[in-house]
Design a protein. Structure first.
Ligand code: F6P
Length: 354
């Protein structure tokens, strides 16, 4: 069997651990050749690939990013962007030329949607879920999330000591476009006093009231806000628009927006830190390395069993799989009755609602 493997969408800690686990599992079990496709689906068009063997994946379990490179704008079915030309036939030609029997696509909802279309053209696919946002439908967890939460937690710890020294309100803005998992778990871990999520439109007045109440008690306030959070009646805070991207909006800046809304209402100084790509870079945590290794091994089992068109998934503590077609392009948001929200409310964290 000849298996291709690619990483699509944004990078994420743990991608290399998956690449390593798929490669080692297939090579160890014999009779499989593994080829890495470079820069996601773009490599199928630019004909960029390289063989993966024991040596190529040695020592990469702890490395962040992806040794294969990635691309978050290349969809061969609309190259580049909506209205772009369909170059999928060219990609299929290269896959045939390489002699690929199957392709492992490691990525998020966008990558799964593209994988599903290639499967329909006759290229057997196995999906592996990746996103620091933890918002991919069909799996309870994706690797990379734990690493991102660890970064947010450490940042809030650090912001806390400086906030308390100056009696300030500190706003930390996290990633999380449509789902607030990173802000919720990172905020709880870092002891945030206010947590604002895309799923719960917030009232600036409610946030200001919480800050004032803490000011009266002589306390600093830590606000953890997801980039996709928005005040009631306000839209998303968009930093940039990338016209040729399948997902053109680049979010960022809602933390600063909130700072300017809060400042006139408070005595303490309000400052903002945008955590941005620090949440995506660096080494995966031990948890993510283990999860990524389990996912890679599970993908290899699916390949060996000829179970194509399925994405590896975690349900509870069990590795299982779901049809790629079911998850393609779908997100998993924080439900309003989630136990973590109940716990947050229970310990007095403000979610920005009166
Ligand atoms: O989807 C993951 C994510 O980290 C989002 O939270 C964020 O909006 C986006 O990627 C940013 O990606 P990039 O900077 O690569 O465009």
């Amino acid at each position: 069997m000849h298996v291709g493997i690619l990483t699509g969408g944004g990078d994420c800690p743990g991608l290399n651990a998956v690449i390593r686990a798929v490669t080692l599992s297939l090579i160890d079990q014999g009779a499989a050749e593994v080829t890495g496709i470079e820069r996601g689906f773009l490599g199928l068009l630019t004909r960029a690939s390289r063989p993966l063997d024991r040596q190529a994946v040695a020592g990469i379990v702890a490395e962040g990013g992806t040794i294969l490179g990635t691309h978050n704008r290349c969809d061969p079915f609309r190259y580049f962007g909506a209205g772009g030309a369909d170059r999928s036939a060219q990609a299929m030609d290269y896959a045939r030329e390489l002699g690929l029997d199957a392709l492992v696509a490691i990525g998020g909802d966008g990558t799964m949607a593209i994988a599903d279309r290639f499967a329909a053209l006759g290229l057997p696919m196995v999906g592996v879920p990746k996103t620091i946002d933890n918002d991919l439908f069909g799996t309870d967890r994706s690797f990379g999330f734990d690493s991102a939460v660890a970064v947010v937690c450490e940042a809030l710890d650090r912001l806390g000591t400086t906030a308390r020294s100056h009696g300030r309100v500190m706003i930390a803005e996290t990633m999380g476009r449509y789902a607030g998992w990173i802000a919720l778990e990172g905020g709880l871990a870092g002891g945030a006093d206010v947590i604002l999520l895309p799923e719960i439109p917030f009232s600036v007045e409610a946030v200001a009231a919480r800050c004032r109440e803490r000011e009266r008690r002589g306390l600093a306030t830590i606000v953890c806000i997801a980039e996709g959070a928005a005040a009631i009646g306000a839209g998303l805070t968009v930093q940039d628009r990338i016209a040729d991207s399948p997902d053109p909006l680049r979010l960022g800046g809602v933390g600063h927006w909130l700072q300017h809304e809060l400042q006139p209402q408070l005595e303490s100084e309000v400052r903002t830190t945008l955590l941005g790509h620090t949440q995506r870079g660096g080494s995966p945590t031990a948890f993510d390395r283990v999860l990524a290794t389990r996912f890679g091994w599970q993908a290899a089992q699916q390949l060996r069993a000829g179970r194509f068109g399925e994405m590896v998934a975690l349900r509870g503590d069990e590795c299982t799989s779901v049809p790629i077609a079911e998850v393609a392009g779908r997100n998993r948001c924080v439900p309003p009755d989630h136990p973590l929200l109940q716990a947050a409310r229970g310990i007095g964290v403000s979610l920005g609602v009166a």
